[in-house]
Design a protein around this ligand. Sequence first.
Ligand code: FES
Length: 202
Amino acid sequence: MSDQNIDKGRRRMLTLATSAVAAVGAGFAITPFVLSMTPSARAKAAGAPVEVDISKLDKGVLLTVEWRGKPVWIVKRTPEMMASIAKSNDFVSDPNSEVVMQPAYAQNLERAQASRPEISVMVGICTHLGCSPLEKFAVGPASDMGDDWLGGYFCPCHGSKFDMAGRVYKNVPAPTNLEIPPFKYLSESQILVGVDPEEGAA
Ligand code: FES
């Protein structure tokens, strides 16, 4: 073998060795970042469905969980809260949730799944500019919402009001009802937020 051929061979080996070191170096640079997130944190960041146990949730109490970085409200509505929804019909702008497409199972008076109409699951973000409305469940003056208040939610940013089904009142800035996220029941007391009843993960 000539000296020229030996030099070419050495150069090729050096190039390959340098590439390998660069690849390993890049691997070390990336791996610690990926490993710094736990598997559950990585799944959460990707918007994984969230399982919620409602077995200990008292009636009439608001439970907030996080799904895809958004607050999701879950309420086991009392009979009085359920009755207030029909009474709100004349005050809300879209009583049948027709303006913005909602899950089919939410296009009813309660905006809930038929098997558990008392369970409300909604995204707790105002449909005006994205503030988080306040729970105003107490009826009448106890909520500071006026003597005729039927119970619901109030957005302090610009005054939008929603009933116990998340239906927006007339003449407020929020244009549409609160969003119903995809969700399904895994059992009587387990809800999976992020998955439609008949489909895969949303
Ligand atoms: S953000 Fe809720 S009323 Fe404006």
